[in-house]
Design a protein around this ligand. Structure first.
Ligand code: ADP
Ligand code: MG
Length: 729
């Protein structure tokens, strides 16, 4: 009898390259071709409709019904020229994945024929039957309506299928009473807040020409690629996205031979295919390479405006899954699919850019532009310092818990890395006796000339910092690979908006009292730097010493999701979000509830899968092998051999019994604890119980199971082993 494991191995060894046919080898020939972008709009909309959409994109102006009808008609003509038959509002509910509900363009007419129709009202607003999306109590059953509403700032696009294409319209998703039920609505609000605050600061102190600003985001996506047949033979990977069992392979990543290594041919085919799909949709994928762990890879696009970057990343994750299937692969986006090798993250490269083309986190060449740089730079540090726990909460998920603080990953302590050069610039700024990093030309009052030309050495990198300055942007590295980055970006941009508002209020007050603008700004920046210095850390963030040092500094190290999430509902957080018009209290409470509930569900599923695997895979394999051993002992005995000839077998037999017993006992405990936790009324307490009572038993069961995997005859083990999952391609 051949088990799934051996069938999977045979399948993988028989796989060959899948030919990919790009529309052209010149990407510019087809880049953005499936997007209703500026060029398509100019082609398919009349002047009035075009201008209205541009105003909506640029200034958030409302679009009236007449214009909406014109836009919808143009969009339909464009889409039908690409054989599109259906349209859907495309949204991001709090399940974590994207949602779509397709409607056909065709509509029957009274005379028994039909026409293709797409009205403005269908473009602007829809009411999907959304009663089973998470809402955290925001919608009562008697008013379960949810609405999707068009987000003109993210262009509509066409999703192609082998047997039909669909027009996708990015939308927000809100309840009947207006509360956000998705990631996009609060994100747009947070972005509005930060853009407004940036323009206020820039135009008041640095450049009157600045009338608009945008937050930029470049998302590096790490992932594992494993053969589909292999994944199908691993119920844990299939159902939870990670391996709950598995003995470490003899070779892992210790040779460091995978990072930037040559890309295996089948994987290369997948990447090429993925890039083609991305280019059609205007996702600017630029980079592809092997990552540190075996079978781990990364892709990264050019940065874009935050809202668009996040839509593109959500789309990218969808596309990865679809394209992988064509190549017989499964993409693992889980933060820690395999114990003992690196996990995956999603580095969020973030900056603020003005409509005059200035990157505000790029050190300038003149004292004036450097003061502007220092203003934004130090305000970021202050914001992170003041809201470190909230940033930690923004990346808290059950899957990211495995990664924070684990092998080669950012710790759960929030700290900021700025490099030695900038550290000395800032130290000089506040020191009574500058060492010279800041060149003073006047000995008396604080002068703008004290701001030096900052030439950054871009090689100054720290791969262990969760929040690192990398020359002209900050890189929030602790975000998980499977996350919707909106959570992190909502928090980061809201705290930045809040911080800039505070800064401006303080500066204005000082200027009003007669202080020179530059002096006022410098004085405030100095005080901010002093106040937030303890969040700066330049050393090895993965070391034990840092954990101790951080504790001494009073920095939080919140290791688990149920605890980390508490930062969302403190009075300070509620005030912060409502002042910046991002979430009201009800929305925050609902979101908190949803996230705690999500934690519970995920751990509950893992517990059930693990119990099932232990009982139906691991123990039977152990007993079969034990039987084989005892048969062997019996026959050696029966031909009159002495105990020494079967002593080794007896040891194995005993060992197996010991492990089987340990597994059996812990599975029983697991089921009991799971039951207990399940019945706790309060969601947060329930999540805590899953976290501290249920989850630790996983490790117990795994220990014995992995030990059994090591000693049991290879033929009898039914689950693909780590070496097969990670090295067979
Ligand atoms: P790294 O700095 O991590 O070695 P890159 O310089 O290629 O690698 O940048 C990584 C990501 O950062 C890319 O997605 C890139 O587009 C993005 N990035 C670069 N500049 C900015 C910026 N000003 N704002 C946001 N993201 C940026
Ligand atoms: Mg990077």
């Amino acid at each position: 009898m051949s088990t799934l494991r051996f069938k999977a191995l045979e399948t993988v060894l028989g796989r060959t390259s899948v030919k990919v046919n790009p529309p052209s080898f010149k990407v510019s020939d087809y880049y953005n071709s499936r997007v209703f972008n500026d060029a398509a709009m100019k082609n398919f909309l009349d002047k009035e409709a075009y201008e209205a959409v541009i105003q909506a994109i640029k200034h958030g102006e409302k679009i009236d019904r007449k214009v909406a009808n014109q836009v919808a008609a143009g969009m339909k003509s464009w889409a039908m020229s690409y054989n599109v038959t259906h349209y859907t509002h495309w949204f991001q509910p709090l399940t974590g994945s994207t949602a779509e509900k397709h409607d056909a363009f065709f509509e029957p007419t009274e005379d028994g024929r039909s026409i293709e129709k797409f009205a403005g009202s269908a473009l602007v607003q829809q009411e999907p039957d959304a009663s089973s999306f998470p809402h955290g109590g925001l919608r009562n059953t008697f008013e379960a309506r949810g609405y999707t509403a068009w987000d003109p700032s993210s262009p509509a696009f066409i999703m192609e299928g082998l047997n039909g294409n669909t027009l996708c319209i990015p939308t927000i998703f809100v309840s009947y009473t207006g509360e956000a039920l998705d990631y996009k609505a609060p994100l747009l609000k947070a972005l509005h807040a930060v853009e407004h605050a940036v323009v206020e600061v820039c135009s008041s102190y640095f450049d009157k020409q600045v009338t608009k600003a945008m937050a930029s985001l470049g998302i590096e996506q790490e992932y594992f690629l494993v053969d589909e047949a292999m994944v199908n033979a691993r119920p844990d990977l299939m159902l939870t996205g990670r391996t709950l069992l598995g003995h470490a392979p003899e070779k892992g990543q210790q040779l460091e031979d995978h990072y930037f290594g040559s890309i295996p041919p089948r994987v290369h085919d997948f990447m090429v295919d993925l890039e083609i799909e991305c280019y059609k949709l205007g996702i600017p994928l630029k980079t592809r390479h092997n990552e540190v762990a075996p079978s781990q890879y990364e892709c990264a696009p050019n940065f874009e405006e935050v809202n668009l970057a996040i839509d593109h990343n959500q789309l990218l994750m969808d596309l990865m899954e679809k394209v992988a299937q064509r190549h017989g692969f499964k993409v693992l986006l889980h933060e820690k699919p395999f114990a003992g090798v690196n996990g995956s993250g999603k580095h969020n490269n973030w900056s603020l850019i003005t409509d005059t083309g200035v990157n505000l986190l790029s050190p300038g060449k003149t004292p004036h532009t450097n003061l502007q740089f220092l203003t934004f730079f130090i305000n970021v540090i202050k914001a992170v310092h003041d809201h470190a726990d909230l940033l930690r909460a923004s990346i808290a998920t059950p899957s990211n818990d495995h990664r924070l603080g684990a092998n080669e990953a950012p710790p759960a302590i929030m700290s900021v890395f700025i490099g030695t050069q900038l550290t000395s610039v800032l130290d000089d700024l506040v020191s009574a006796k500058p060492k010279g990093a800041v060149k003073t030309s006047s000995k008396t009052s604080i002068d703008v000339k004290k701001i030096p030309e900052i030439l950054l050495d871009n090689t100054d990198r720290n791969r262990t910092s969760p929040f690192a300055f990398t020359g002209n942007k900050f890189e929030f590295r602790a975000v998980g690979s499977s996350a919707n980055c909106a959570n992190a970006m909502i928090v980061l941009n809201t705290i930045m908006a809040q911080q800039l508002k505070k800064f401006k209020a303080e500066a204005d007050a000082m200027i009003k009292k007669g202080k020179k603008k530059e002096d006022a700004i410098l004085e405030i920046l100095k005080s901010y730097y002093k106040a937030s210095k303890n969040i700066l850390f330049e050393g090895n963030g993965y070391s034990e010493e840092w954990v101790k040092e951080a504790k001494k500094r009073g920095l939080s190290n919140i290791k688990t999701t149920p605890e980390a999430l508490n930062a969302y509902i403190t009075p300070q957080s509620k005030a912060l979000f409502s002042k910046n018009d991002v979430f009201d209290e009800r929305e925050l409470d609902a979101r908190y509830e949803i996230m705690q509930e999500d934690y519970v569900k995920k751990i509950d599923i893992e517990a059930k899968v693990l119990a099932q695997l232990a009982i139906s895979h691991v123990i039977p394999a152990a007993l079969t092998y034990q039987q084989k051993l005892s048969d062997n002992v019996a026959s050696l005995k029966s031909i009159g051999l002495s105990r020494t000839s079967y002593e080794a077998q007896l040891k194995f037999i005993e060992e197996i019994s010991k492990y089987v017993k340990h597994i059996r006992e812990n599975v029983e405990k697991l089921i009991a604890e799971n039951n207990k936790a399940h019945h706790i009324e309060n969601t947060h307490k329930r999540a805590l119980s899953y976290c501290h009572k249920v989850k630790p038993l996983f490790e117990e069961i795994r220990k014995s199971s992995d030990a059994l995997e090591f000693i049991i005859e290879d033929e009898l083990w039914k689950l693909p082993k780590y070496r097969e999952l990670l090295f067979v391609k």
